[in-house]
Design a protein around this ligand. Structure first.
Ligand code: PLP
Length: 390
């Protein structure tokens, strides 16, 4: 090839975001399964159950008609149903005009970051945290700023920590998540309210990722939409409603950002997949089915919280919500990727190494997803115990 043409095939620097290490674990698990070995999968963060029957029926019915584009901000009846959800669950009267339907919450992050930030803006994130926050921000030319969390602050950012970082170098934004991934920890409503007030007093814009709302076991999650009309809330049908593959989520945005979100989404995607929106609206009618799924997670949580300490993993973060348990493995290893690989090869249990979520201390942690069956949880506890004792 001509020397001058070589750069035509070179990816942009901004596309150079890290991959998920868990993919290595998944590939190794697939190799074991190809040999006929039964692996207990606790590495991928998605529900084992299908979408609610109400959603499936609505999608089947819609297939008989024409599947065209929808309004850029989402089907109006879906936006109204989402607004009603805030009244039903949180007692908040929400104007449907502030609801923006998105392609999963992932699509929401791109819209939110573009609508709120300029290139070079610094955005605070809790460490450990969900990696795509930092990777999407970097790809968009913003600077992710990791703020360490610890047991004393229930693994959440505090107003004081935010203030200290802002004084060091000004921040433009803050992303909070409660329940959080990978830790499964939650912020009490008071702590969330104090953090939002501290951020707003410093002129820092807040984004609240509420994708795991509905999956709370220790206490109820409060929506940031109730605490401030200036917060941008992101949510999704992926987790509580078991609809990961449908790729539909939503944002609740301050009034003056609706048009910006509409302009961006109109250009980036035109609209969110129509069939997924129809199914999502009907999912609200499947709440009883989803509550039964949630009771299954509660049982799984009980099995792990009681069983893992007996198996040898006796140190983990408060198991408040979502479907994650974040275990400290430092007494066995200071290399969580190697530990995860050995646990997979020898105990046939797959979990995610903490380094995916925390470049600083993640080498000492493993994330277990407990969205599978109770039988799998018992099996995992038993296999891990046997392996650690060997
Ligand atoms: C904290 C958090 N936010 C957002 C997402 C993205 O989910 P989706 O795009 O399916 O809504 C995930 C997925 O695992 C997550 O854990």
């Amino acid at each position: 090839m001509l020397e001058a043409a070589k750069h035509l095939l070179t990816p942009s620097k901004r596309s150079n975001v890290p991959p998920f290490m868990v993919m290595d674990v998944m590939a190794a698990a697939a190799q074991l399964e190809a040999k006929g070995i039964h692996v207990v999968h606790m590495e991928v963060g998605q529900p084992a159950a299908p979408a609610p029957a109400t959603a499936l029926r609505a999608a089947q019915k819609a297939l008989a008609g024409r599947i065209g584009y929808t309004e850029t901000l989402g089907i109006p009846s879906l936006r109204s149903a989402i607004a009603r959800h805030y009244t039903d669950i949180y007692g908040l009267a929400l104007d449907p005009a502030r609801v923006v339907v998105t392609t999963g919450s992932s699509g929401g992050f791109v819209l939110a970051f573009l609508a709120l930030f300029e290139p070079g803006d610094r955005v605070a994130l809790a460490n450990p945290g969900y990696p795509p926050y930092r990777h999407i921000l970097s790809a968009l030319g913003c600077e992710p700023v990791l703020i360490g969390t610890c047991a004393e602050t229930r693994w959440a950012i505090t107003g004081e920590a935010l203030d200290a970082e802002h004084r060091r170098q000004p921040l433009a934004g803050l992303v909070v998540a409660s329940p959080a991934n990978p830790t499964g920890t939650m912020m009490e409503a008071g702590a969330l309210a104090r953090l939002i007030s501290a951020a707003e007093a410093l002129g820092i814009r807040v984004i609240s990722d509420e994708i795991y709302h509905g999956l709370d076991y220790a206490f109820s999650a409060e929506t940031a939409a109730k605490l401030s009309e200036r917060v941008l809330v992101i949510n999704s049908f992926s987790k509580y409603f078991c609809m990961t593959g449908w790729r539909v989520g939503w944002m609740v945005v301050p009034d003056n950002l609706v048009r910006a979100a509409e302009r961006l989404q109109g250009n980036l995607a035109i609209s969110v997949p129509t069939l997924a929106q129809v199914a999502a609206q009907a999912a609200f009618g499947g709440r009883a089915e989803m509550e039964a799924v949630k009771r299954g997670y509660e049982e799984n949580r009980r099995i792990l919280v009681a069983g893992l300490p007996k198996a040898g993993l006796d140190k983990f973060l408060p198991v408040d919500g979502a479907f994650y348990l974040y275990a400290d493995i430092s007494k066995f290893s200071d290399n969580s990727l190697d530990f995860a690989k050995r646990m997979l090869e020898q105990a046939h249990v797959a979990a995610t190494p903490g380094i995916d979520f925390d470049p600083i201390n993640g080498k000492h942690f493993l994330r277990f997803c407990y969205a599978g069956s109770a039988a799998e949880m018992h099996e995992a506890v038993q296999r891990i115990g046997k392996w650690l004792r060997a």
